[in-house]
Design a binder for this molecule. Structure first.
Ligand code: AP5
Ligand code: MG
Length: 191
């Protein structure tokens, strides 16, 4: 059975930071919908152009776009034991679409690994990253505030969705990068 881990958490929680070690240790393919969208923007594609305005505003891109990206990765990537979904799903609709995609092949979400930090730390982490990576959506306080609001309004309801399904596991994301990684590995070892 393929494994489908969801790496969940607010902006700046440390999803991208932890993903590299996770995919190496468990032979998973890392799929970050944010990174895929940023690639489309750099490539100057039509999709990228459409996505850029929304991302720079701190809003979500339409569900169908990211669902299509995920489906195409599932279809084409071979030779792994599973997938690590970073930043997807982000709405209840996306979660239901994922459930349908997997159920079509008799599969299901393995587990949700949620890295949790308070809003104040989100700002700190993103301000820090802005000095290193130069992501357009990290540059303005207004964008960061909108991303935080988008998270609370549209993404946080997934906590209840996956708790009800018995798949939600929360990790304290406020410790050091090493502390968080150890907690994640302890959790993933159970699956
Ligand atoms: P996305 O790229 O997914 O951004 P995000 O969710 O806002 O998350 P980040 O990448 O900002 O944070 P992260 O958790 O990866 O943190 P990181 O590890 O870098 O999405 C971008 C946009 O694309 C969205 O706003 C939306 O518009 C669109 N989009 C993407 N997916 C979508 C979807 N499914 N549906 C619709 N739209 C979608 O860490 C942050 C910083 O903190 C780094 O500098 C890091 O070094 C540092 N750090 C990490 N861990 C620690 C630690 N433990 N201690 C100290 N510092 C730490
Ligand atoms: Mg990230």
């Amino acid at each position: 059975m393929m494994k489908y881990f969801i790496l969940f958490g607010p902006p700046g929680a440390g999803k991208g930071t932890q993903a590299t070690a996770m995919v190496e240790a468990y032979n998973l393919r890392h799929i970050s919908t944010g990174a895929l969208l940023r690639q489309e923007i750099s490539a100057g594609s039509e999709l990228g152009l459409k996505a850029k305005a929304l991302i720079d505003a701190g809003a979500l891109v339409p569900d169908e776009i990211v669902e299509g990206m995920i489906e195409s990765e599932f279809r084409t990537v071979k030779g792994v034991d599973g997938f690590l979904l970073d930043g997807f799903p982000r709405t209840i609709e996306q979660a239901k679409a994922l459930d349908r995609m997997l159920a079509a092949n008799g599969e299901e979400v393995t587990s949700v690994v949620s890295i949790m930090i308070p809003d104040s730390m989100i700002r700190e982490r993103i301000h820090h990253r802005a000095t290193i990576e130069g992501r357009a959506d990290d540059a303005k306080d207004e964008t960061i505030s909108n991303r935080i609001a988008t998270y609370h309004n549209q993404t946080e309801p997934l906590v209840e969705y996956y708790s009800k399904a018995g798949k939600y596991n929360e990790i304290d994301g406020t410790g050091t990068i090493d502390d968080v990684r150890k907690a994640i590995f302890d959790l993933m070892d159970r699956f």
